[in-house]
Design a protein around this ligand. Structure first.
Ligand SMILES: Cc1cc2nc3c(=O)[nH]c(=O)nc-3n(C[C@H](O)[C@H](O)[C@H](O)COP(=O)(O)O)c2cc1C
Length: 330
């Protein structure tokens, strides 16, 4: 019997396959199905900080139009804030509570945030609802010219959230920092329990027939795992927290590569959208078959075996520019 267990964020997972935050995890029936097909944990669809703030602002504008309410009951604003937050949160909290009742796998709540504003108070409610961990998708916009220091902003968010919570906190980041390796290492030392490398950014495109700006591909392609694998291989021996690989994991081969690089878990989304929850079984069967062929009886036995420290030629992961004798082509 193969031992597929892996520890991620201090959670004992029955295998390393987590379903990442997306519409796949936004209802209890879907979560049950994902568990049935073998998922070890799910990250719930995110609550978006902007969404909450926008709704509050919209209600403020509506209330301002009604001068009677505005003049007579100025505390209406406080009421609206409270009411809206309650409504949005209650749905999410209910989902966590039902999931905790109806499935055995860990439930990781998710907040998509860009600041350390008042939403941070919500995080505690998610913990109280029973979430096993919280994943923060800190999506700072790379074309934002106003935020001076992205790393500092992220650290301030982490500090504020960690001060409120006792459950493990993971941070999901994009791969567009000035000094990627330094940022990953420094974030891993902030007290968080894990890093998710990487979030997949929204991809815009241009239609050359209509000359319009359009949405690009919603789903990742099977070769887009490399950047994540590269940084995991380079840093898994040095980080002070768990690592989850995310983006482009469509096959069991890729899943295996990420664990060989040193990932404690992988998060899968696009390939489940494309192939259905049954694909979880295919990925796990492929993992077991490979382990059998290679003579590994547990995931721990091969985790990190191809990390930068353990491979003979770490330059493969470090090199950023083709050179003639590396590319092998003229
Ligand atoms: C339809 C869809 C919805 C998503 N929603 C969220 C979300 O709410 N929060 C989040 O952190 N990531 C979200 N993601 C990103 C995924 O969690 C994941 O990081 C990304 O798709 C890369 O993994 P993949 O290559 O397996 O798809 C979404 C992705 C898709 C395709």
């Amino acid at each position: 019997m193969m031992d597929l267990t892996s520890n991620y964020l201090g959670l004992n997972l029955k295998n390393p396959l987590i379903i990442g935050s997306s519409g796949l995890t936004s209802s209890i029936s879907e979560i049950k199905k994902l568990e049935k097909f073998g998922a070890a944990a799910v990250v719930l669809k995110s609550i978006f900080e902007e969404e909450i703030v926008n709704e509050i602002e919209h209600q403020h504008q509506e209330a301002e139009k009604n001068t009677f309410i505005y003049n007579q009951y100025s505390e209406t604003f406080d009421y609206l804030d409270l009411h809206l937050k309650e409504e949005r949160l209650n749905e999410y909290i209910q989902l966590i509570k039902s999931a905790k009742k109806e499935v055995l796998i860990p439930i990781i709540a998710s907040i998509n945030c860009i600041s350390n504003a008042e939403w941070v108070g919500f995080a505690k409610r998610l913990q109280e609802a029973g979430a096993d961990a919280l994943e923060l998708n800190i999506s700072l916009n790379p074309i934002d010219l106003k935020t001076i220091d992205f790393e500092l902003t992220i650290k301030q968010i982490i500090q504020k959230v960690l001060a409120q919570l006792t459950i493990p906190v993971a941070i999901k980041i994009n791969n567009n920092f000035t000094h990627m390796a330094k940022t990953i290492l420094e974030l891993s030392e902030t007290g968080i329990s894990g890093l998710v490398l990487f979030n997949r950014a929204y991809t815009p495109n241009i239609n050359i027939h209509t000359l319009e700006a359009v949405q690009g591909k919603t789903f990742s392609s099977p070769d887009s795992y490399v950047e994540s694998m590269r940084y995991i291989a380079l840093l898994s021996d040095q980080v002070k927290c768990s690592l989850a690989a995310s983006t482009g994991i469509h096959t069991s081969e890729t899943l295996i590569k990420q664990i060989l690089a040193g990932a404690d878990a992988v998060q899968v989304v696009s390939s489940i959208y494309e192939n259905g929850a049954e694909h979880i079984g295919t990925l796990l069967n492929g993992l077991e078959k490979w382990m059998e062929e290679k003579g590994f009886s547990s995931v721990e036995q091969f985790k990190g075996k191809a990390s930068s420290k353990n491979v003979g030629n770490p330059a493969v992961f470090e090199r950023i520019q083709f050179m003639k004798h590396f590319a092998g082509i003229n």
